[in-house]
Design a protein around this ligand. Sequence first.
Ligand code: URA
Length: 240
Amino acid sequence: MTERLQKFLARAGVASRRKAEEYIAQGRVKVDGQPVEKMGQTIDPERQRVTFDGRSVTPPNQKLTVLLNKPAGYVTTMADPQGRPIVTSLLNEPGLRLFPVGRLDLDTEGALLLTNDGELAHNILHPSRQINRTYLATVKGHPDRDALQQLRRGIVLEGHRTWPARIRELRRNQETTTLEVIIHEGRKRQVRKMFAAISHPVLHLKRVAYGGLRLGSLASGQYRRLGPEDLKMLFRPAAK
Ligand code: URA
């Protein structure tokens, strides 16, 4: 839904509509980093980022979900007693308390969703939704067909059988193999445990998609705001 920029600024508590028009005329308001040129411009608050004097403007109660390319070395908790860097420190969304949807290990990189929409987070994480997570895993050695077949069918980890996985070998070099692994469970260190179970430990792990929503060219440490179309992709099956 689009709305006039001055109305949006007023709703966000920046100033009255009239005062907001003055700020726009003074070039103090930017939309997606660009100064606003014409009065009466409309914006889509869910997709576009508005700043006033360089600071993000967000109306209260705005629901926001972002896709972050998490670098290795960041923890996916809201605070860390050991003082390690936390993923939320990579966001610049003042006034919004976004929390990670699920987790990625300290040493895993890639697609991580953060949101302030509790219901959405619940839907994403609920096992009945079976949202696929796609990983690129580089493992030690060259797992043979039988070993991969076991993982595809499911193996018992800590007393519970894993759901069937889709696994495709992408490339191998002398000492390692890189595979695409698609699972819909989010058990702790699941991909690492699956490959450890067949004696091919994971050396590098990156999540590249959540459902049909891919990380694409998002650089490490960068994030983007998601719009309704992105959220639809999230609930679509992973591309084959
Ligand atoms: N599987 C893992 O082993 N680690 C992650 O971070 C995610 C899935």
